[in-house]
Write a protein that binds this ligand. Structure first.
Ligand code: ADP
Length: 454
């Protein structure tokens, strides 16, 4: 209240001064009382004019941007100017703080892996993040205030929004993209809505793959099982001669073996998918490995093919021996199984210029049409289903080879042409390859000490 007393005293002093001046003038014109009154009123009027001028300056400052200081008058107007400016500055600080918090909040939503769209009560877009823009082909600036159904026209989405029942998400394909989106809407505030979108394409694909896999496995197991059941029924209901009984038992054994091979391939695949990558510390000698592969291949061929095995002597590979053996056996056995009698099969190991090792299995078999090549390593994919099954195939062999190659940092390359035979190449990286010098027995290989790139 420091302004109150000076203001009252100033008022009294100005009125008294005016009255005194009026009295002095009134004494000369013989009208002292009227002159005193006029003098006092003139003092009040002067004060009122001064107040109006100071108030006018303050109002002008308030009407403007309020960037500079408020008019710094003394007394009453000084106090008002100071208080008003203080409250304006406080409000500005609060607004700036709110703005920063809002920006942080929006950038947190922006960083979300989900798409987010905020809708007002009339389902117009208030704001959307970059992910939602990518999901629905929106422009975060241009499309603000647009009705969302003008921009997202997928019938499933429009029906979901209009239905107003948002307990479950809805899935649909946006016309601008191939994949599937899962969208969930939630209400907030005053009938406003938040639209959350998620790209579930990969999830859907892996779900579909899982379903296909289960269906395939069931089918593969049911076929031999049906045959086995038929034979068992035959044996129990029909009187069979010894020769017939032997034949039926042989066929039953064949089916049981087929199921056994399938289960063992499935277990191999499951183990390859579920275990850590083989370390590069354990070295496997390829020579003895190939001797066993060759022996098996010759038994499988029954002398019907011409073989040539080369390049394994002294070669060592770092990895898991059972996996490498399984991959090589699959490639060589496939060549035997699919190449007709009298065909030639060439199995060669060589070191490539970059130090990596390459196993090529070339056959003079029927070859594979180009359109099948990209799918050969899919589980249960067969070009010739009956030939595969007749020769004990499960449709999982090349899938196992590809997994083994990848787990060892390598790759499987397939080249084939219908009627011109096939060549399957298994390549393993330099870091996992070394060749033992045949003379010194010491391992050689530039990459021997290099860590394997991941
Ligand atoms: P399968 O157990 O049926 O042989 P794979 O995964 O080993 O399964 O092979 C997938 C398919 O690739 C086979 O069904 C076969 O049609 C084809 N294939 C594989 N190797 C050869 C080959 N050497 N010559 C011709 N076709 C082959």
């Amino acid at each position: 209240m420091s302004w109150l007393l000076p203001r009252i005293l100033t008022g009294i002093a100005v009125v008294a001064l005016g009255a005194l001046l009026g009295h002095w003038v009134g004494a000369r014109i013989q009208a002292p009382f009227i002159s005193e009154l006029i003098g006092g009123a003139a003092g009040v009027a002067t004060l009122a004019v001064l107040d109006t001028l100071r108030g006018y300056r303050l109002i002008n400052w308030l009407r403007g941007s309020q960037e500079g200081q408020a008019p710094r008058d003394t007394g009453f107007w000084g106090e008002i100017g100071y208080r008003v400016e203080k409250s304006v500055r406080l409000r500005e600080r609060e607004t700036a703080g709110e703005r920063i918090r809002l920006a942080q909040f929006l950038s947190a939503i922006e960083a979300s892996p989900n798409g987010v769209i905020l809708l007002d009560a009339r389902d117009q877009i208030e704001w959307c993040n970059a992910m939602a823009a990518a999901h629905f082909g929106l422009d975060p600036k241009r499309d603000v205030r647009q009705p969302v159904t003008n921009l997202i026209r997928a019938p499933a989405f429009v029906a979901y929004l209009q239905d107003g029942e948002f307990s479950e998400p809805v899935r649909f394909t946006e016309r601008r993209r191939d994949g599937t989106l899962s969208v969930l809407i939630r209400r907030y505030g005053d009938d406003m809505k938040i639209v959350l979108s998620q790209d579930v394409t990969v999830h859907e694909r892996s779900e579909a793959m899982r379903r296909d896999f289960v269906a395939n496995v069931s089918h593969e197991i049911r076929t031999p099982l049906t045959v086995l059941t038929g034979f068992i029924e035959t044996m129990t209901s029909l009187p069979l001669s010894d020769a017939e009984r032997r034949r039926v038992l042989e066929l039953m054994m064949q089916q049981a073996r087929r199921m056994g091979t399938l289960v063992s391939d499935l277990l191999t695949l499951a183990q390859l998918e579920g275990s850590p990558r083989p370390t590069a510390e354990r070295w496997v000698a390829v020579g003895p490995l190939m001797a066993s592969v060759e022996a098996d291949a010759r038994v499988l061929s029954g002398g019907k093919h011409r073989f040539s095995f080369d390049g394994a002597a002294g070669l060592q590979l770092a990895g898991a021996e059972p996996e490498l053996l399984s991959a090589i056996t699959n490639l060589v056995n496939n060549a035997v199984r699919y190449t007709p009698a009298d065909g030639a099969i060439e199995v060669v190991w060589r070191l490539r210029g970059d130090g990596s090792a390459e196993l090529s299995v070339t056959d003079s078999g029927p070859g594979i049409a180009r359109e099948h090549l990209p799918r050969l390593t899919e589980r249960f994919y067969r070009v010739d289903g009956s030939r595969s099954r007749d020769t004990g195939g499960t449709g999982l062999g090349l899938s196992i080879v590809k997994h083994v190659a990848q787990r060892h940092g390598g790759e499987l390359d397939i080249q084939s042409e219908l009627g011109k035979g096939s060549c399957f190449r298994l390549v393993l990286p330099a870091a996992r390859t070394r060749r033992e010098s045949l003379r010194t027995g010491l391992p050689q290989g530039a990459a021997q000490t290099q860590p394997e790139p991941h």
